[in-house]
Design a protein around this ligand. Structure first.
Ligand code: AMP
Length: 288
């Protein structure tokens, strides 16, 4: 596996991956990450390997998607360890730009996706999805992959990226497909996240209430119980289990992300963000 830290080097290495000697243009799958890799990220790499000749993974802790008072400085950084994991998974190229390479002096552009970015994490983290959309658009242009792989763990993020790619015509000729990969979970159901390492052992044990309570709420809603009181009960259960607060617990249409109060047969998603021991956890599951 080769590593690029600057755009010039990245472009040369991507070009050489494209011409791998077979005479055909080799395909490239992009897996964008912020590092501190776990099985969730590695699953994206494996899906990309199954479908593309080469995998390019990016590691970039993107400052523009962190708000004031968030964990930008504390966010775990472990490039060497991550590189070794990516190499073991058969990744061809690691793109690990510096902040200066990504946002050179004078950078003034912002991509803002409306509608799907509003509400939920968009409401709790102003500017977050602008930062995500802008950096992902840059990654698409830099690598020009055939496919890009994202986790359903960040369900609203996936919706924002799909909307951006559609609206800015990024799906052709650069990224033919954006692939969503189901959330990878720990044995007790907690969605894997680089932020789980912030949790004390007590909070880590209590955090497993989140997926369990979400599953129960979905079962009740599918059983015909009313949505608002079921969501209120879910919030209460999280608070009793030791969560400090619940940013949102909502049932949404799975494609528009508009909040819904009943299951209508269209795909729906339960979306939750809640804080425990100073750490904000998010999760989502299909309903209906
Ligand atoms: P991050 O490094 O947190 O920005 O995540 C990079 C990519 O990995 C995003 O597309 C995430 O949605 C995805 N991802 C993170 N955690 C998981 C997980 N537990 N299962 C599947 N994908 C994940």
């Amino acid at each position: 596996m080769q590593t690029a830290h600057t755009l010039d080097v990245l472009r040369k290495l991507v070009a050489s991956l494209r011409e791998d000697g077979s005479g055909e243009r080799a395909t490239i799958g992009l897996v964008p990450t912020m590092g501190a890799l776990h099985e969730g990220h590695l699953t994206l790499v494996r899906r990309a390997r199954e479908r593309c000749d080469h995998v390019v993974a990016s590691i970039f802790v993107n400052p523009t998607q962190f708000g004031e008072g968030e964990d930008l400085d504390a966010y775990p950084r472990q490039l060497e360890e991550d590189a070794a994991m990516l190499q073991r998974e058969g990744c061809s190229l690691l793109w690990a730009p510096t902040v200066e390479a990504m946002y050179p002096q004078g950078f003034v552009t912002n991509i803002s996706v409306s509608k799907v970015s509003e509400g939920y994490c968009g409401a709790d983290r102003p500017g977050h999805f602008d930062g995500v959309a802008t950096v992902v658009c840059k990654l698409f242009n830099q690598v020009q992959p055939d496919m890009a792989f994202f986790g359903e763990k960040d369900f609203q993020q996936l919706a924002v990226i799909r909307a951006m790619a559609r609206d800015l015509d990024l799906t052709l000729p650069h990224v033919h497909q954006i692939i969503g990969v189901p959330t990878v979970r720990e044995a007790d159901g907690l969605a894997m996240s680089s932020r789980n390492r912030y949790l004390s052992s007590e909070h880590r044990a209590a955090a497993a209430t989140l997926p369990r309570a979400m599953k129960e709420a979905i079962a009740r809603i599918e059983d015909g119980q009313e949505v608002p009181p079921t969501l209120a009960a879910l919030e209460d259960e999280l608070l009793s289990a030791g969560f400090d607060s619940v940013d949102y617990a909502a049932l949404a249409d799975a494609s528009s992300l508009a909040p819904i109060d009943t299951l209508s047969g269209a795909a729906a998603r339960l979306l939750v963000a809640a804080r425990i021991g100073g750490t904000r956890l998010i999760d989502n599951m299909a309903a209906g």
